[in-house]
Design a protein around this ligand. Sequence first.
Ligand code: HEC
Length: 111
Amino acid sequence: MVKFLLIFISITVLSLTSADAAIYKGQRIFIKKCLKCHKAGQNFVAEHKQKYWKKLMKKKGKPLAELHLKSTKAKRSWKYFKSKKYYKKSKHLRQFLIEYAKDSGNVPACN
Ligand code: HEC
């Protein structure tokens, strides 16, 4: 019984930390890749609702990439939005954006 309980607890802890890890990774991506142009940072994320971010992060973030690739003002981001790395990591970014969207009720810690 104790053994069962221990296993149960460790699974719960593990799944909690992996969700947090994705958000944390997403935040790091945002700081590294988006902040240089979107200086409002987390306020920028909180300006938009979850639905908006979900829409932009569909298909591994294709709409968000296309939005930037269409704009010459965003030229400095083209290399990133065309890279495999962006698509590979977009699920972390998605989690972060949704977690801190306007209607999520969360306020990110700035660390
Ligand atoms: C090189 C600068 C640059 C980088 C890097 C960049 N953006 Fe942008 N972004 C822009 C510009 C410029 C626009 C406005 C495009 C237009 O409408 O012409 C824009 C528009 C947007 C929009 C839509 C307009 C709005 O305010 O809702 C979103 C959302 C957005 N960017 C999110 C991001 C995210 C998330 C990242 C990081 C993965 C990112 N951007 C990286 C320059 C950048």
